[in-house]
Ligand binder design. Structure first.
Ligand code: UDP
Length: 241
């Protein structure tokens, strides 16, 4: 018998304990938030869609040698994961300028970056998840220098794999956010989720800057048809496997 207890409730997921102390159950919610939770809403069916997309992407990455927390998907909106200590960092990888990169640097939306950019943000809602420098990250002891190198390498490798996969879906991977955790055996594992909530994904069949958006920017910017876009991503992911 599994004894489920709520361990943690985040903006998009609830984590429950299971009868195995090393395994947690993640329930993906339909709730959507943006701008540090100042904008809130619901996207019908999002929990199931994101759970399905994230599960497929974790499986694909595992098959290519990336260690993740993913175990399996026992129900449409539930993922069993290895318990990890999440590093309080958001690792963002960018291939094309968008979002805060444009706002903070003046680079035009859509500018293709000469090399992928890896950035680290502090996971701290009260401080508004600030961008960190390498030295600040080390100062705060958020990771060791060795972990920092490992995170950068992993993030770039994951980027290569995801760019190629989304290319097969006729989707451009603009940018995305990753979270990592440390397992009980001290292994660095990719954690959290990879989904249209955490990636910018542009439909290659559209050139219009609003119509091409297949990710949470539809919700952030009130572009409409959010569910349809997420569903379309799932269908393309399943077709490309
Ligand atoms: N992102 C995320 N969670 C966050 C912040 C960013 O998943 O708390 C993702 C976001 O969806 C995008 C990428 O990370 O794919 C880069 O986001 P950016 O820094 O441009 O921030 P935003 O424009 O969302 O403020």
């Amino acid at each position: 018998m599994s004894e489920e207890q709520k361990l943690y409730e985040g903006k998009a997921k609830i984590l429950y304990t299971t009868d195995d102390p090393e395994i947690l159950l993640a329930h993906f919610k339909d709730d959507a938030t943006a701008f540090n939770a100042q904008k809130r809403g619901q996207i019908a069916g999002k929990g199931e869609i994101n759970c399905a997309i994230a599960s497929q992407l974790f499986e694909l990455l595992e098959a290519k040698g990336i260690s993740t927390h993913f175990i399996d998907r026992p129900a449409p909106n539930q993922m069993r994961v290895k318990r990890v200590q999440i590093l309080p960092l958001e690792v963002v990888v960018r291939n094309i300028a968008a979002g805060s990169l444009c706002q903070q640097t003046g680079l035009p939306l859509g500018k293709v970056l000469p090399n992928p950019l890896v950035e680290f943000y502090l996971k701290n809602d009260a401080l508004g998840d600030p961008l960190l420098t390498r030295d600040r990250l080390l100062l705060l002891e958020l990771a060791t220098p060795q972990q920092l190198n490992q995170l950068t390498e992993q993030a770039l490798r994951i980027n290569q794999l995801l760019i190629a996969f989304f290319q097969d879906c006729s989707i451009t991977l603009v940018d995305f956010k990753l979270e990592f955790g440390i397992s009980s055996s001290q292994q660095l594992l990719l954690a959290d989720e990879i989904s249209p909530d955490t990636c910018r994904l542009w439909n290659q069949a559209e050139t219009d800057p609003d119509k091409r958006v297949m990710d949470k920017d539809r919700f952030r910017r009130d572009l409409g048809n959010v569910e349809d876009a997420y569903q379309q991503v799932l269908e393309r992911v399943l077709a490309a496997l």
